[in-house]
Design a binder for this molecule. Sequence first.
Ligand SMILES: [Zn+2]
Length: 366
Amino acid sequence: MHASWFVVFFFVTWSLATGYLPDTLPDLPAPRYWGMGSVAAILLFLSVLLHELGHSYVALRYKIPIKQITLFIFGGMAHMGKEPPSPRAEFLIAMAGPVVSLILGAVCLGGTMVVEALFAQPQAQGLIVLGRLLGMVNVQLGLFNLIPGFPLDGGRVLRAGLWARNKDFTRATSQAALMGIGFGIALGLIGAVLIVGAWADFLGQSIATNGVWLIFIGAFLFSAALASKRQVAPRMLLTSVTVREVMVQRVVTLPPDMTVQDAVDHYFIAQGYGEFPVCEEGQVLGVVTVRDVHALPTTLWPWRRLREIMKPTSTDFCIPPDRSIMQAMDLMAQSGVDCLVAMENGEIVGLITRSAIAQYVQLHNA
Ligand SMILES: [Zn+2]
């Protein structure tokens, strides 16, 4: 429980005990209102906790560690140890919270209706008021969190959709965060309109409190979304630059039957490059790098052919030149290589290496 939680806990108890409860259940002694108010506040935060446990349960099923769940002034937050592995996982984890809230809301409202029908006597009135309040708050909690602005749950659903469509997690985060910034501003503006309306006596005075609350929530969403957008900015550079812009555009290829010694003498040393594609009759068979040569004892260099030491080509070795260098780096990490062959229409158009990307980023930052 964050320190700010105690503030909001007191605020919720106070506003229920002095506003909502006396309005809906008149003529009770003040301590009853405070007692009911604090019970309701505890149940409300239990609802928030169950919402977060919904996210956590699904996240754990995807083997994402949950470090902690924080209850703070704007509700709750489950801290996930890593990003979801797929758009599907992201979607299900994000939906789990609002689904829990909406089910809780339906159960509370339905239960309240049953109690209302069975026990018409006034003794059950307190229970009915609490049940209705809890039901409405849970429905609101579920619906509010479905607003499609990152980092709200709805924004995560949006990110999952964009991620699935464009296969680009970073760009999807940036776009969903932009929506979060927009909704943050919109909530703030709606809050301001409510306050002005209450001032000018168009709206009830109690609406002004909601306005202040909306401005706070809007500001919170705005700053959280802005932080998420800033966080992915360096990765966005990598996603906006294509392989074509960074690749080495020479197409010197080596035949597979060349000896390692010849390759070292006439190509690696003579041309000063660290890797060459190995080709035969226009087909890329693989890539041979300085590292592959190093792995072989010098005495064997005149006797071994490139075919024997090269990394054979597979589809996860080639990349179309219009892909981003972020995708190239992801592919390199996946297949454990330091360079990729840029292929277009079945032809080699260049080579892209990890060091070339590093150099590009360094130059760009400079
Ligand atoms: Zn949530």
